[in-house]
Design a protein around this ligand. Structure first.
Ligand code: UDX
Length: 442
C-alpha cells in the first residue's frame, strides 16, 4: 500500500485520487478551496462524472481517502501527484501559476519529511516545465536534494470526461518522463497499482513526455477538424454525406474510425486550451504549427454552421423561437467550458431569436453564462414547444430517441438542424420535417 497525495481536486485530480484509493492505497486530496474540500468530504463530487460519486462514497467510508486544504499533509506521502489546472492566458499561452504554487507547497511540506518522495506531474504543461520550473522550486522550498530526497517525473494524463473513472482504472498506456532513477520509482509504483493489468509503459525524458500530451490532443482535434472540413465540403455537394466518408476512411486500419464524428466542432477543458498553448509555444521558439493553427481556425467557424443551416431552413431568425437541445461540450458531462453551444446561443441572440434550451445536466452551469437572456426547459419535449427551429448541439442519448412525430406535434414549424448527426435524415424528411444536418449535401 502506498501513501499518496493529490494536489488539485478538479476533474483530473479528484478522479485520480479516488481511483488510487479505490485500488487499496491511502490517499489525501489537497486543494486550497475550503468549500470544495468540504463538499468532497461530505461525499459529493463538485462536478458530474459517471461512477465518481459511488467510488467517492466508498473510499470515504473505508477511510482510504480524505480531502484537506492543508498541504503539510503531503509530508506523510511517498508519492505526490500534481493535477492542478493549466488554464490559457489571454494570448493563448499557458498559465503555470497553479503548477508553481503546487510545487511550492510540495517543497514546503517536504521540509518535514524523512525519506524519498516521488512527484508525478499529471497536469498538461509545456516542454521544460518539469526541469526548469517544478524541480528547482521544490528543491528551493524544501532544502532537499533532487535525486536523493525526491524525484519529479512528467506523467501526462489522458482521462476524458464522461469516461474518466474507467480511463483511470484501465489506461491505454502510461507515459513516464524523467531521469533513470525517478522513472524506475514511478514504474514500480504503477506496476504495484495495476498489477497484472499494467498497460504499456513509455519511458522517456521529461520534455518528450510533456510534448506527448500535446501531440496526442492535437492529433485528435486535427482529426475531428479534418472530418469537419469534409463535412463542410459535403454540404455544398447535393447528395454527398460525410457519415459515409467517415465510414469509408475509418475502415482503413491506418486511419481508424474513432474521432471521425463530424459535427459543430470540438470544445471542452482540454482541446481548445492545449492547441492554443502548443501553437503559442511554437511561435515562441519560432517553429510553425500550421496544422494546429488550421484546426483552431476551422473549429472557430464550425459552430456557426448551425446558424447558417437554421437560416436556410426557416429564413431570418429575428423573433423566431429556437430550441437548442444540448449545451454541454459533449454528452455525459455537465461541463460547458468552450462548448459550441455558447457561440451558437450568442449568435442566435444577436440575430434576435428567442432561445429556449435544455440539457440533462448542464442547465445550472448554463445559467451562470446566459442568465435570463434565454429560457430553460425542464425536458427535451417541453423545449420544443411552439418552437420554429430545433438545433441539436450535443448528442445526448435521450435526444436520439425523440420520434419525428414529437417534433411535428410540439413545434410550431417543425425544422431540425442536426448538428451532431444523431438522426436518420430520410426518416425525418419523409415525416414532413424541414431537416438539415452537418455534412449532408441537399
Ligand atoms: C480530451 C482527450 O480525449 C483526453 O485524452 C484528454 O486527457 C483531455 O481532452 P475530453 O475533453 O474529455 O478529452 O473530450 P473528448 O471526448 O476527447 O472530446 C473532445 C471534443 O471533441 C468534444 O467537444 C467532442 O464533442 C468532440 N468530438 C470528439 C467530435 O466532435 N467528434 C469526434 O469524433 C470526437
Amino acid at each position: 500500500m502506498h501513501r499518496v497525495s493529490v494536489f488539485g481536486l478538479g476533474p483530473v485530480g479528484l478522479v485520480t485520487a479516488v481511483c488510487i484509493a479505490h485500488a487499496g492505497n491511502s490517499v489525501v486530496g489537497i486543494d486550497p478551496d475550503v468549500q470544495r474540500v468540504r463538499i468532497i468530504n461530505d461525499g459529493e463530487a463538485p462536478f458530474y462524472e459517471p461512477s465518481l460519486r459511488e467510488y467517492l462514497k466508498e473510499v470515504l467510508k473505508k477511510r482510504s481517502f480524505s480531502a484537506t486544504d492543508n498541504s503539510v499533509e503531503n509530508a506523510k506521502s511517498d508519492v505526490a501527484f500534481i493535477t492542478v489546472g493549466t488554464p490559457g492566458a489571454r494570448d493563448g499561452s499557458i498559465n503555470l501559476e497553479y503548477v508553481k504554487s503546487a510545487a511550492e507547497s510540495i517543497g514546503h511540506s517536504l521540509r518535514a519529511r524523512h525519506g524519498y518522495q516521488l512527484v508525478l506531474i499529471k497536469s498538461t504543461v509545456i516542454p521544460g516545465t518539469n526541469r526548469q520550473l517544478v524541480k528547482p522550486l521544490i528543491e528551493k522550498e524544501s532544502g532537499k536534494v533532487l535525486g536523493r530526497d525526491f524525484g519529479v517525473c512528467s506523467n501526462p494524463e489522458f482521462l476524458h470526461e464522461g469516461n474518466a473513472v474507467y480511463d483511470c482504472d484501465s489506461p491505454d498506456r502510461i507515459i513516464i518522463g524523467g531521469e533513470t532513477h525517478e522513472v524506475e520509482v514511478a514504474e514500480k509504483f504503477y506496476s504495484e497499482l495495476y498489477g497484472k493489468n499494467l498497460p504499456a509503459l513509455v519511458r522517456t525524458n521529461s520534455e518528450t513526455a510533456e510534448l506527448i500530451k500535446y501531440a496526442n490532443n492535437s492529433f485528435l482535434a486535427v482529426k475531428v477538424s479534418y472530418i469537419n472540413m469534409f463535412a463542410n465540403l459535403c454540404q455544398e455537394i447535393p447528395g454527398a454525406d460525410v457519415e459515409d466518408i467517415a465510414k469509408g476512411i475509418g475502415l482503413d486500419k491506418r486511419i481508424g474510425s474513432m474521432f471521425l464524428r463530424a459535427g459543430l466542432g470540438w470544445g471542452g477543458s482540454c482541446f481548445p486550451k492545449d492547441l492554443r498553448a502548443i501553437a503559442s509555444f511554437g511561435k515562441r521558439i519560432n517553429v510553425p504549427t500550421s496544422l494546429v493553427d488550421a484546426a483552431i481556425s476551422l473549429n472557430e467557424q464550425q459552430p456557426l454552421k448551425a446558424i447558417e443551416l437554421a437560416e436556410k431552413l426557416v429564413g431570418n431568425l429575428t423573433g423566431k423561437r429556437v430550441a437548442v437541445l444540448g449545451l454541454a461540450f459533449k454528452p455525459d458531462t455537465d461541463d460547458l467550458r468552450e462548448a459550441v453551444s455558447i457561440p451558437i446561443v450568442r449568435d442566435l441572440l444577436e440575430k434576435g431569436a428567442i432561445v429556449v434550451a435544455y440539457d440533462p445536466t448542464a442547465i445550472d452551469n448554463a445559467k451562470t453564462i446566459f442568465g435570463n437572456r434565454i429560457e430553460y426547459a425542464k425536458d427535451s419535449v417541453t423545449c420544443l414547444d411552439q418552437s420554429d427551429c430545433c438545433i441539436i448541439a450535443t448528442e445526448w442519448n435521450e435526444f436520439k430517441t425523440i420520434a419525428p412525430e414529437t417534433f411535428l406535434n410540439k413545434m410550431r414549424m417543425p425544422a431540425i438542424v442536426d448538428g451532431r448527426r444523431i438522426y436518420d435524415p430520410p426518416r425525418f424528411m419523409r415525416a414532413g420535417i424541414k431537416f438539415a444536418a452537418i455534412g449532408l449535401g441537399q
